[in-house]
Design a protein around this ligand. Sequence first.
Ligand code: UDP
Length: 249
Amino acid sequence: MSPRIFLLGAPIDPVVEMEAVERIYTMLRSPGQYHVMTPNSEMLVEACRNESFLNALLGSALNLPDSIGLKWMAHFTRQSLPERVTGVDTVTALVKELPAEHAVFLLGAAEGVAQRAKEVLEKMNPHLKIVGTYAGSPAEEDARAIIDLIRQVQPHLLLVAYGAPKQDLWIARYLKELPSVRVAMGVGGTFDFLAGTALRAPRWMRFVGLEWFWRVLREPRRIKRIWNAVVVFPLLVVWYGRNAPQRKE
Ligand code: UDP
């Protein structure tokens, strides 16, 4: 297992997709509870001003490098990430082979989206056991009802789609109250991609690292987040490199 690298003080795991899936399988078979995160460039910018979110990244079991900017900035800081590993690709690969003993719960996204994602995932793996879907909300006042619902159906794998940082703060706060859950993963727009309510960039755009540009075109409201990813993140990495040495484990 390669040691974690650090960008803006946040740990990132230098894994390829297959290793990420293997590590999650191992967690599902091990005692304990594990939080898996999928940090991208704008999430690391957020972690610079949100201490609880940085603490979630520091305390999680696995942080997958979900944007090409992380790979580029790792290289710039003389570290290395083998590839971009997205949440949606990891969830798809994981769930394709998941045996029925590891039941899954899909939490979050707009009304009906998780249910559609469930149907798509069940087509990929007829043995898959998805024991519940619920949109809910990351608001504190909704947490009790969500916890009760999940406790009733006892999943091993909980996928949470409330966008970052909310989904990961939710997991960090409530995972202990969900004793059946072995792995909880913040998955961002994964259910939307699976359900077809959001379209991924064409393969060539992903290959050359332009998925962010595709998202600006399709969802102009994301412009501030993309500005953070494409402009603020590299500037912060340069500033951080000059003012605080990158940490290594
Ligand atoms: N979302 C939600 N409740 C919220 C905020 C977001 O269910 O209060 C869902 C949203 O519908 C989407 C998912 O969280 O399905 C991811 O949101 P976003 O696209 O902002 O996250 P990203 O993929 O960029 O991390």
